[in-house]
Write a protein that binds this ligand. Structure first.
Ligand code: NAD
Length: 250
């Protein structure tokens, strides 16, 4: 029995990206504590070494590599030995909150690459295993910027809107195959994510008076992600679940 008294993931193999920090790390730790074997991936060797020093046994397989690279995806899938019960696409990067007229191609390509293209590629690699098994749960970590226009720059906002679309399309495409696809949309959460603001144009706009926000902890996000990965949410697919302290409501 795990430390929090639940064994929801006993005997299950779950892939988590962005596992070295923040929400991905909290999700990985919670999954292991609930009995899962986790294939945890991140581009930061230092962060993954830190995680591996906490969980060195069969419950954790660490894959270090840029999720944009096909080699990294190949290594993740090879580590699964043909079985993936759940996939949490958590890795993501922010833009610089810039509007389109200041947007550089390299920022657009990186943000869309990590937040959208890499998710498509990893889902594409994982889904055949879930289709063979006739079951599976995929959770994509979106953002309040996936439904609103005033949370980030053009690239990040577009990437999370795209992720919500992918989530809904895939929920429809696979609902009759026993595979659920959902998204969790955090509001401000205390992690290591960098949110540089180097656009004077955006700074002026973002400094307009706003409602005070209490940031969430990464563990606050691990809770709905693991709920959606587990059979406890068996009747839920195609949703984008806000976990943002009410931000979407006001
Ligand atoms: N923190 C927030 O306020 C917030 C709000 C809304 C949404 N989110 C989303 O939550 C998710 C997790 O972010 P976090 O806040 O935990 O950030 P974080 O920076 O603490 O963790 C993200 C991890 O992803 C890894 N990563 C980034 N690019 C990668 C790549 N190309 N290949 C492999 N690994 C890569 C990083 O090394 C890092 O360890 C992201 O998708 C982010 O967009 C965060």
């Amino acid at each position: 029995m795990s430390s929090n008294g639940s064994e929801r993931f006993a005997g299950k193999t779950i892939i988590v990206t962005g596992a070295g920090s923040g929400i991905g790390k909290a999700t990985t730790i919670r999954l292991i504590n609930e009995g899962a074997r986790v294939i945890a991936s991140d581009s930061s060797r230092e962060r993954m070494d830190g995680l591996a020093s906490e969980f060195g046994g069969a419950e954790l397989t660490a894959v270090v590599g840029d999720i944009m690279r096909q080699e990294t995806i190949g290594e993740i899938i090879a580590s699964a030995n043909g079985v993936v019960d759940g996939l949490a696409n958590v890795a993501g990067v922010m833009d610089h909150r810039e509007p389109i007229h200041e947007l550089k191609d390299e920022v657009w390509d990186r943000v869309m690459g990590v937040n959208v293209t890499a998710v498509v590629r990893l889902m594409r690699a994982t889904l055949p295993l879930m289709l063979d098994a006739g079951k599976g749960s995929i959770v994509n970590v979106s953002s309040a910027a996936g439904t609103r226009g005033s949370m980030a720059g053009a690239a990040y906002t577009a990437s999370k809107h795209a992720l919500n679309g992918l989530t809904k399309s895939s929920a429809f495409m696979y609902h009759h195959k026993g595979i659920r696809v959902n998204a969790v949309a955090p509001g401000a959460t205390i992690t290591n994510i960098e949110a540089p603001m180097d656009s004077a144009y955006a700074t002026e706009l973002f400094e307009l008076p706003r409602l005070p926000l209490v940031p969430a902890s990464a563990e606050d996000l691990a809770a709905p992600i693991t709920w959606l990965l587990s059979d406890d949410s068996r009747n839920v697919t195609g949703i984008v679940l806000p976990s943002d302290g009410g931000r979407t409501a006001f």
